[in-house]
Design a binder for this molecule. Structure first.
Ligand SMILES: C[S@@+](CC[C@H](N)C(=O)[O-])C[C@H]1O[C@@H](n2cnc3c(N)ncnc32)[C@H](O)[C@@H]1O
Length: 248
């Protein structure tokens, strides 16, 4: 990790090499969120389908779906070349089934497909840009296609202090278990948190708190037929949405 936030690096370029090992420590629900995406894929394991992973990062979610669904093919899109370099190496066991593209979610072409998912990425997109992104996803989906959105978001009334304290305890117990098991060191976690704080202060790691209600309303406005909150662990939430089938 570099010496500070003024080096001209983007946050994800700097942390790419340790992302896979550290992400599931810093975000306790992450592992279960990824497993849930795989379980929510609305196809049988031997069915062919084409999917797009928006903000694929190191392609951890994509690799899991390709592994479980042996006839699926995918396009992975992310704006950060360092993350995409790791994604390409991770996806070498799936030749001919995968295309990795560098692109910005807010204006890239989204290929026609049966399924789009995005994990832990929409909170980097400005709220004003979400409705058009959600509409472009709907337009890319074939009739009856599915969108799975996994990210941190708020739902319903705000949390009380007690719930915030409990969320913090939950997170810290998880981190401590990872430290005790030797998976990460306390110094590494502290350094990562400090680096993120510096990058945020420098405006190089921008995050927004989206409300599930706003995302659902943007989906409904974009013509999705059904939208549901299907999973939640503290702020980590999965929305499941379908565009109308051709005959409806
Ligand atoms: C927290 S990581 C999540 C990566 C991956 N989806 C996962 O679950 O591990 C967020 C990713 O979003 C990407 N990202 C952020 N803003 C983006 C944008 N506007 N266009 C494309 N990718 C973006 C970052 O480069 C990073 O790889």
């Amino acid at each position: 990790m570099g010496n500070g936030a003024n080096e001209g690096f983007s946050y994800f370029a700097e942390i790419a090499a340790s992302y896979d090992r550290v992400q599931s420590v810093l975000s306790p629900p992450y592992e279960r969120g990824l497993e849930t995406i795989v379980e929510l894929v609305p196809f049988d394991p031997d069915e062919p389908f084409h999917f797009v992973d928006l903000g694929c990062g190191t392609a951890e979610p994509t690799a899991r779906v390709l592994e479980r669904f042996g006839r699926s093919t995918a396009v992975c899109i992310d704006s950060e070349p360092e993350m995409l370099g790791i994604a390409k190496r991770k996806l070498t066991p799936y030749p001919g089934r995968i295309e990795v593209r560098e692109g910005d979610l807010t204006d890239c072409a989204i290929p026609s497909c049966d399924l789009v998912f995005s994990a832990k990425t929409f909170h980097h997109v400005h709220p004003d840009r979400l409705p058009s992104l959600i509409a472009r996803i709907a337009a890319a989906l074939r009739p009856g296609g599915c969108f799975i959105l996994y990210d941190t978001m708020s739902v319903g009334p705000g949390w009380s202090d007690e719930v915030r304290r409990q969320a913090s305890r939950f997170r810290e117990r998880h981190v401590q278990r990872a430290v005790d098991s030797g998976r990460v060191t306390r110094e590494e976690i502290d350094a990562r948190r400090e680096y993120k704080r510096m990058m945020k202060a420098a405006g190089k790691d921008v995050e927004y708190e989206h409300h599930a209600e706003d995302l659902i309303s943007a989906m409904t406005g974009a013509g999705y037929k059904e939208v549901a909150v299907v999973w939640r662990l503290f702020a980590d939430t999965i929305l499941l949405a379908f565009v109308p089938a051709g005959d409806s």
